[in-house]
Design a protein around this ligand. Structure first.
Ligand SMILES: Cc1ncc(COP(=O)(O)O)c(C=O)c1O
Length: 302
């Protein structure tokens, strides 16, 4: 079905089958591509993008952190997102922005050219269910999160995801849905593509920035949760706190709060717990245009 989709590439809408690079392109051969992903939600006046401004900020920051140049303005990329959503008739789905060097570079390591930009709009399907999730089983990964002194972990760089891929493989081999990586000094970091929250005695905690991706969903939960009376904190979390938590959930832009039913061999009593349910409901209300206070997070695509 992807074959029928259209893609925005460097200012032109092209068929899915034309969205290609050579194997010797710098980004394929050297792993120098970057990206961002955000959700599209159907609204009363058409599809809206969840916190598009924040995602564009992060896309530009990723490029900055890696010394890469984007030859388009924020406004041009915003218009491009709207154009590709319209070209594909998307109601609910995801947008993936990619920055890459299609140039074939055999020995060149540092590129000075602007990034090529491709924007994909992918509708929700049976394989890509958004907003709702079954409770998951998680373990603690034997792989540690990349150290920020080796690569900027806040950059959404494709190469950083080898780390997450290994953690997912580790989880699958042990019969879990995903693995939480610890930092090299032993604190809880995040999953391959998700941030982590724990609840203990009514307090919601998530690890601070520094060793993790600046998740827009994580930030949104931190900002919105106090509006429903929840106490949320950014604090270092030790792995044993996961095992002793009352509740645990993960989040990313596709699914705003995924309840955890088991961590290693500890099974939670009530899943989803009351706090996780409250946060799920809050985020669902926001994404369904039912929450006036945070309605501006759904940015119209016109
Ligand atoms: C490593 C990592 N952490 C957290 C997240 C969640 O980020 P967001 O809420 O912006 O989707 C992602 C999402 O792609 C991710 O890749």
């Amino acid at each position: 079905m992807f074959q029928d989709l259209k893609v925005w590439i460097n200012g032109r809408i092209v068929p899915w089958t034309e969205a290609k690079v050579h194997i010797m392109s710098h980004s394929f051969a050297r792993g120098s591509a970057v990206f961002d992903v955000l959700g599209i939600h159907p609204g009363p006046d058409g599809p809206a993008a969840f916190r598009l401004s924040r995602h564009l900020d992060r896309f530009f920051r990723t490029a900055d952190l890696l010394g890469m140049k984007i030859g388009y303005s924020r406004e041009q990329l915003r218009e491009a997102v709207a154009e590709v959503v319209k070209a594909n008739g998307i109601g609910r789905g995801i947008i993936k922005l990619m920055g890459y060097y299609s140039e074939e570079a055999i020995i060149k390591l540092v590129m000075d050219s602007d990034l090529d930009i491709a924007i994909f709009a992918i509708p929700e399907t049976q394989e890509l269910i958004l907003d709702k999730a079954d409770p998951i089983k998680v373990c603690i990964s034997r792989w540690r999160k990349l150290h920020p002194a080796t690569v900027p972990v806040e950059a959404k760089a494709c190469a950083n995801y080898l780390n997450g891929m290994l953690s997912r493989r580790d989880a699958a081999e042990r019969g879990f849905d995903l693995a939480i990586m610890l930092t090299t000094d032993g604190h809880v970091a995040e999953g391959a593509i998700e941030s982590v929250f724990v609840v203990k005695d009514g307090i919601v905690k998530t690890p601070p920035l520094g060793n993790i991706l600046q998740s827009v969903t994580r930030m949104s939960i931190l900002e919105a949760a106090p509006s429903v009376g929840l106490d949320v904190r950014e604090e270092q979390i030790m792995p044993q706190e996961l095992l002793a938590a009352d509740e645990m959930f993960t989040c990313h832009t596709g699914i705003k709060a995924v309840p955890v039913r088991q961590i290693e061999d500890r099974v939670f009593d009530v899943v989803p717990g009351p706090v996780t349910s409250k946060i799920s409901q809050l985020m669902e209300d926001i994404c369904s245009f039912r929450n006036e206070r945070f309605r501006h997070w759904l940015e119209p695509l016109t």
